[in-house]
Design a protein around this ligand. Structure first.
Ligand code: XUL
Ligand code: CO
Length: 438
């Protein structure tokens, strides 16, 4: 069963092409630092937005027009969606995908029945993976949509909900393992609170950590060697999400002895909701050895919620890919398009166009970032700006050889300090422009 026979496989045609179904910048085989572009970028399709997104918003109903959604039997529909997902990925030359358990298979009356149907769909996915060599970047469990999670999952005040969540993640880990997933994500969907008037924050956070330890233990038991990630987000759906941002998550992982087992999956729109830039979130994680994977999308700075738009800003993509190159590239991670077409982009062809736009944006960003990295413009400036720490008193400071007494004596003897230098921000920003436009 095919749905996109009217569009041939998307090819790289270069920046002059006017063909909406062609890549303008993404040339998968182009070598950058001895590695093909595709392996730097490791693009992934987000099953939930692309296959199950309906275009609903708080004011309006579904708008998407998809033949496969007219199939009335939910299990049959789920099977056909698998075919659509792989057809899309093949058209795009996309080698990875990510899913929540409930995206791929509909929930049934009981957990046992839900798991049985899940296995049926996983078998179809397994076949498609074998046929196409497409891989699972990460799996996850949806612990936020069903009403049982109204007060959270592992941070629910209801111990039965904690137990249910554990059972669900157990199964999600098993299917991720079965599909040879390179990772497993925890996004704390409703792990947070609305008001401290009714919340035992300490117990909730302790329980969240207990839950993650149980997941790590179970993964070891079944031999799942994929990378665990936490995906920070500051708010939405709860007013205060526990996994607020990179800094909060890193300190949580250290506090609860989970730092060896987890990395971060950082999403652009979540970074901006936390009033950080994406490169701040990435740099902070990378500097501490926690940068694992990326949910590539973009928000709207005039709107205060998670709009999950396809990334089309080349400046932003450049800064993201710069951080990825700076940390030496992805290992288990990649660029997952956690992005949905706008509800007015309701045709099935819009799904291809949106992914082409996102892939081209990141390909252009990678090319520019690679030039910046090769020429070491920013790094040379950094070295120059911090050179006072490579000699004399600065060297003594970073080598921990001096304390307040020595520093005070140093300043008293010196009287005049070395002059401060300008930060050159506008110059650096104009260099980025030059590298972008050429
Ligand atoms: C929600 C979000 C999720 C996670 C996976 O904002 O980003 O889709 O990526 O649960
Ligand atoms: Co995400």
């Amino acid at each position: 069963m095919h749905f996109y026979d009217h569009i041939p496989k998307i090819q790289y045609e270069g920046s002059k092409s006017l063909n909406p179904f062609a890549f303008k910048y993404y040339d998968p085989k182009e070598m950058i630092f001895g590695k093909p572009m595709k392996d730097h970028l490791k693009f992934s399709l987000a099953y939930w937005h692309t296959l199950t997104g309906e275009g609903i918003d708080p004011f309006g109903k579904a708008t998407m027009e998809r033949e496969w959604d007219t199939i009335t039997d939910p299990i049959e529909r789920a099977k056909v969606r698998v075919k659509v997902a792989f057809e899309l990925m093949e058209k795009l030359g996309m080698e990875y995908f990510c899913f929540h358990d409930r995206d791929i298979a509909p929930e049934q009356e009981t957990l046992a029945e839900t798991n049985r149907v899940l296995d049926e769909i996983v078998a179809v996915i397994e076949q498609e993976m074998k046929r196409t060599q497409i891989k699972l970047l990460w799996g996850t469990a949806n612990l936020f949509a069903n009403k049982r999670f109204v007060n959270g999952a592992s941070t629910s005040p209801n111990a039965d909900v904690f137990a249910y969540s554990a059972a669900q993640v157990k199964k999600a880990l098993e299917i991720t393992h079965r599909l040879n997933g390179a990772g497993y994500v925890f996004w704390g969907g409703r792990e947070g609170y609305e008001t401290l008037l009714n919340t035992d924050m300490k117990l909730e956070l302790d329980n969240f950590a207990r839950f993650l330890h149980m997941a790590v233990d179970y993964a070891k038991e079944i031999g799942f060697l994929g990378q665990f990630y936490i995906e920070p987000k500051p708010k939405e759906p709860t007013k205060h999400q526990y996994d607020f941002d990179s800094a909060t998550v890193i300190s949580f992982l250290h506090q609860y002895g989970l730092d060896k087992d987890f990395k971060l999956n950082i999403e652009t729109n979540h970074a901006t909701l936390a009033t950080h830039t994406m490169n701040h979130e990435l740099r902070l994680a990378a500097d501490n050895g926690f940068l694992g994977s990326i949910d590539a999308n973009q928000g709207d700075l005039l709107l205060g919620w998670d709009t999950d738009q396809f990334p089309t800003s080349i400046v932003d993509a450049t800064l993201v890919m710069y951080e990825v190159l700076r940390m030496g590239g992805f290992t288990t991670g990649g660029l997952n398009f956690d992005a949905k077409v706008r509800r007015a982009s309701f045709t099935k062809d819009d799904l291809l166009i949106a992914h082409i736009a996102g892939m081209d944006t990141y390909a252009a960003g990678l090319r520019i970032a690679a030039k910046l990295w090769k020429d070491q413009v920013l790094e040379t400036n950094l070295k120059q700006r911090y050179r006072s720490y490579t000699q004399g008193i600065g060297k003594d400071i970073v080598e921990n050889k001096v304390g307040f007494k020595e520093l005070s004596a140093y300043v008293m003897n010196k009287n005049t300090l070395e002059p401060n230098e300008p930060g050159k921000q506008e110059w650096l920003e104009s260099i980025i422009n030059q590298y972008m436009i050429g």
